[in-house]
Ligand binder design. Structure first.
Ligand code: ZN
Length: 540
């Protein structure tokens, strides 16, 4: 091809609904933006026309805009074609090759596929086109679907948009925005029950049985009942039931805390079809985009219980209150619960599991009764100090400086309400003024409009202030909700499972029978103590 100094180019974009392009919903715009960006760096190329085949497959070249472009080429209007990549030009690579390797050179057309780094003008490259082509033929559509659309999905994931085919059990896709999830009122109740039962000590198997006995549809059946087209290979005549696996999947799904985690698995690249787990560092986590079904605290409790792997007999509903929480202070291993009978009475005690296995640690033996007493005492003490902290915080909150803040909101609202009233009465007077001939028709409408606008403005300001105050209050409440958890057990007289799970991280047992309780939310408690100390040193 002879060298020309100036090119008249056609920007060509294509989007199809049926060959895997549909996920690139904005891709015509993207394609054109990318091409224009490229052209801005190539002053020798002038875009003289834009052709778009929206809704046409790339499998054949019988597309209206493409044919118009070919007309323009034949008539000499354009001598350059620019596309985002080869697949936008065509997916039938043999025919596309025919155009690019024979027709265009014959007609003296420069062809540029930006993302494939192909420019027919570049002589060194003219042979290299064969390589991408061969790859494309072999890979069929994979390159596009896997790499290009994948990057689109990645963007959606990062924005916190839901891109899965089905919403997690407990949620539904928003009817208006399919990248958004809303709470499924019914299923979310089941999710809450599952978490509650787990906290109470039920095994996943027991939970599954309970749900099946109550006739609750398992997630897959539920989806089918809602008319969703769930694909399943093993669908026989029998109805699918809840299993402990399904329950575990729900108990470990962080989505219920309002966190959207996507991209946990994926194909390493488009050549490898196998879906493999990705490193946690590569997961895409977006917080606060999904309604919360399970609060973070409860979710963490359940993860803690699951991590402790508390084994209980399947026919039992409840575990022993301290099971899984007792650790040997010296070797860090779990203590195991043992029982024996003496004089017709059952006694239980904990011993170090390392010792039991004969691997060197000492027994650390402690009776369950004694340990339970110690735990109860320590929990009561901790609750007392939390209540004490709260009293102190109340005092801090009621100090003038804090009051001023809240008062400020109130004062602003009062002022705005006064303004609304004033403007309302002006509006009323206005009509009288008109009747009495003090103002004319035009003035009347002008003033009326301006008063109405002022009222609307003040009303909007009040709503904004109320919102802000609401948030300010709930922010405080949120960060201290753990205190409520402790206070809940204020009048407790014996150790029960839910108290242990809610309040305790672990119990360390030392040789000789001394025990220490590590509480949950210890960090937060420390922070509160710090705040109170700081405040005390400033105030005094
Ligand atoms: Zn030990």
């Amino acid at each position: 091809m002879s060298k020309i100094n100036s090119y008249n180019a056609c920007i060509y974009a294509r989007l199809s609904r049926d060959d895997g392009d549909k996920l690139e919903s904005d891709s015509i715009i993207n394609q054109k933006a990318l091409i224009r960006d490229f052209l801005s760096k190539h002053p020798e190329i002038h875009a003289v026309s834009e052709k778009t085949d929206d809704g046409y497959s790339g499998v054949n070249f019988d597309r209206p805009a493409f044919q118009e472009m070919m007309e323009d080429i034949r008539s000499g209007k354009i001598n350059c074609v620019v596309v985002k990549d080869l697949s936008r030009f065509g997916r039938n690579y043999i025919e596309a090759g025919n155009y690019i390797e024979r027709v265009f050179p014959f007609l003296g057309v420069r062809f540029i596929a930006i993302n494939d780094n192909y420019d027919s003008l570049d002589r060194n490259q003219s042979d290299s086109l064969i390589i991408p082509f061969k790859n494309l033929i072999n890979d069929a559509y994979c390159k596009d679907i896997s790499v290009k659309i994948r990057s689109q999905l990645e963007i959606k994931r990062k924005k916190g948009q839901f891109i899965g085919a089905f919403a997690a059990y407990g949620y539904l896709k928003d009817e208006e925005d399919h990248n958004k999830l809303v709470v499924d009122t019914y299923a979310s109740e089941i999710v809450r029950a599952i978490f509650k039962w787990k906290i109470q000590g039920m095994s996943q198997g027991r939970i599954a049985n309970k749900l099946n006995m109550q006739g609750v549809l398992c997630p897959m059946e539920y989806k089918l009942s809602l008319g969703m087209k769930v694909q399943t290979n093993f669908r026989v005549h029998k109805k699918a039931l809840w299993s402990s696996k399904t329950v575990t999947r729900i108990l470990t799904n962080e989505i219920y805390t309002g966190v959207l985690v996507q991209g946990k698995v994926g194909t390493p690249n488009y050549k490898i079809k196998k879906i493999m787990p990705r490193d946690e560092a590569d997961w895409i986590r977006v917080e606060g985009v999904i309604p919360v079904i399970i609060d973070r605290d409860m979710f963490d409790s359940v993860q803690m219980i699951l991590a402790k792997d508390i084994r209980i007999a399947p026919e039992e509903d409840v575990v022993y209150p301290l099971s899984g929480f007792v650790k040997c202070a010296d070797c860090g291993q779990n203590m195991v619960r043992k029982s024996y009978n003496s004089d017709g009475k059952a006694y239980s005690y904990f011993i170090c599991s390392t010792r039991k296995a004969g691997k060197g640690c000492s027994t650390h033996s402690i009776s369950e009764e004694k340990l339970t007493d110690v735990v109860l005492q320590m929990v009561s003490k901790q609750i007392d100090s939390v209540c004490e902290m709260e009293k102190m915080l109340d005092i801090v909150d009621s100090l003038p400086e804090k009051q001023a803040n809240v008062f400020n909101y109130d004062a602003q609202v009062v002022r705005l309400k006064e303004e609304i009233e004033r403007n309302k009465s002006f509006k009323l007077k206005l009509y009288e003024n008109l009747q009495e001939g003090l103002i004319g028709q035009d003035e009347y409408f002008l003033f009326k409009k301006s008063y109405a606008a002022k009222i609307a403005e003040a009303e909007a300001a009040i709503r904004a202030i109320e919102d802000e105050r609401e948030q300010a209050v709930s922010r405080n409440r949120d960060s201290l909700s753990w205190m409520e958890t402790f206070k809940k057990y204020r009048s407790i007289t014996s150790v029960n499972r839910s108290m242990v799970v809610d309040l305790i991280r672990q119990i360390n047992v030392f040789e000789g029978g001394r025990a220490e309780v590590v509480f949950r939310h210890a960090d937060e408690a420390e922070k509160v103590v710090k705040v109170l100390e700081d405040y005390g040193s400033q105030a005094v």
